[in-house]
Ligand binder design. Structure first.
Ligand code: FE2
Length: 447
């Protein structure tokens, strides 16, 4: 698919004319061309690619990464990415990168209400507000957790993140990513992942939009191992969707904002960077409908560890200690006998950022609202509030469906340091600790 546009590049949302079309599978060796014959056959870098295109390889893993982990894609484009003017600093507004030392890392549990909307006329780049961060983008370890609040599609500027891949979790409004590899869209209840350094234009077809981004500085996200589950279950590979090749041939006065080294930079471009006519490889953006997640759970007793709800994981160098897990709490049946069914009280070495997309969370009677956020850092004790405990410990244990709800968690091995924006936000619930005040001693000394 192709969009030819006016020379001044001012036509809004050029990708809105693109028909969304996807290829299925996770990490496949995809091959797609918007013009017949644009993909070379039998080689990657012919002396003269068809249609006068330039060949360019984008590698997100080192050349020597094991074959099963290697991620790279060959792009056949109208002009090579190398053609751009020098960068100048661009104001990061509220976007932060690890390491962040704006405020001390509190030992408290933290919770926020839904954050206020952005001012009108804000696009995605300017609408990002970082909530918490760990690690170091330059060391390729850690994550950034961001809120985005925006109402305006990008039209004459583009974005790339050299620091990390980005997992978009929309809460209000669709997010449409017009990328070098094609156009994909995610609505609330779906996610989209943009690999690091892939250039894109973020469009908001529904106007005012609100959501979250997990920025993963570490090894790329992948599907978790299934272990004794066998060969199926959780997020099934065939349900991931990657766009087909699409390009626009737009010349004009454009800007490219690039995140690199923890900072934002801006340069001028004389054309759209979304000029890839054909590509092949296994490094590409993808989307996933969270309603397709095959939820596993107990059919006898006890509440399993929430690792069974992992959709995607980005490992660290230590087996089992993820740099970032993306975990969802989706609609599911609860059938366990003689069991306290909500998540138990716990203290974990892993740090948890939890946000509610829709509905109610089963361990919270109130105060945790859609668009709201909880941050439970390493070893901070948490669990159901007093009202939820009373309800769950006295409930008749018949099969019960938790329905019309969706929450997600970014879980990470490193404590998440909140930003000054997050700690000083009026939306922070400064009395969150009182949630557990009503948990009285029930000990009687008798069995
Ligand atoms: Fe937890």
């Amino acid at each position: 698919m192709k969009v030819s546009d006016v020379a001044d590049g001012r036509t809004a949302a050029a990708s809105s004319t693109a028909t969304l079309a996807y290829q299925t599978g996770f990490g496949n060796e995809f091959a797609t061309e918007a013009l017949q014959g644009a993909l070379p056959v039998g080689r990657n870098s012919p002396q003269r690619p068809a249609y006068g295109l330039y060949a360019e390889q984008l590698s997100a893993t080192s050349f020597l990464a094991p074959r099963a982990l290697n991620r790279r894609t060959w792009l056949y484009r109208i002009r090579p990415s190398a053609k751009n003017a020098p960068y100048r600093p661009y104001a990061a507004h509220l976007w932060r990168s690890g390491p962040v030392e704006e405020v001390p890392l509190p030992a408290d549990r933290l919770r926020w209400n839904r954050f206020a909307a952005a001012s009108r006329g804000t696009d995605f780049i300017d609408g990002v507000a970082t909530l918490c961060v760990n690690g170091d983008a330059a060391m390729q370890a850690g994550i950034g957790v961001h809120l985005y609040r925006a109402d305006t599609s990008m039209t004459d500027r583009y974005f790339a993140n050299n620091d990390g891949e980005m997992l978009f979790v929309p809460q209000t409004g669709r997010v449409r990513l017009a990328t070098e590899m094609g156009v994909l869209e995610a609505r609330p209840g779906e996610i989209a992942v943009l690999p690091r350094a892939v250039r894109c234009r973020v469009e908001l077809p529904d106007g005012p939009s609100y959501g979250f981004v997990g920025e993963n500085y570490g090894m790329h996200l992948r599907l978790p191992e299934l272990g004794p589950f066998g060969s199926n279950g959780l997020a099934n590979p065939r349900d991931f969707e990657t766009p087909v090749a699409w390009y626009e041939d737009r010349s004009g006065d454009f800007r490219l904002v690039t995140k690199a080294g923890g900072r934002l930079w801006e340069c001028d471009l004389d054309r759209s960077p979304l000029d890839v006519v054909a590509w092949h490889g296994n490094l590409a953006p993808y989307r996933y409908d969270l309603a397709r997640f095959n939820v596993m759970g107990t059919v006898s007793y006890d509440h399993p560890d929430p690792s069974i709800y992992t959709v995607l994981t980005a490992p660290s160098d230590t087996p089992g200690w993820a740099n970032m897990d993306f975990v969802i709490f989706a609609p599911r049946w609860m059938v366990a006998e003689d069991t306290f069914r909500p998540p138990w009280f716990h203290r974990n070495v892993m740090s948890e950022f939890l946000a509610l997309i829709t509905g109610e969370y089963d361990a919270r009677a109130d105060g945790f609202v859609p668009g709201g956020v909880q941050l439970h850092n390493a070893f901070t004790p948490h669990g159901p509030d007093a009202a939820s405990y009373e309800k769950a410990s006295t409930a008749e244990l018949k099969p019960h469906k938790i329905d019309n709800t969706l929450a997600f968690m970014f879980e990470t091995r490193y404590p998440l340091k909140p930003t000054r924006f997050a700690m000083e936000a009026p939306e922070r619930q400064r009395d969150y600790h009182k949630t557990w005040d009503g948990l009285a001693a029930k000990f009687t000394g008798r069995k």
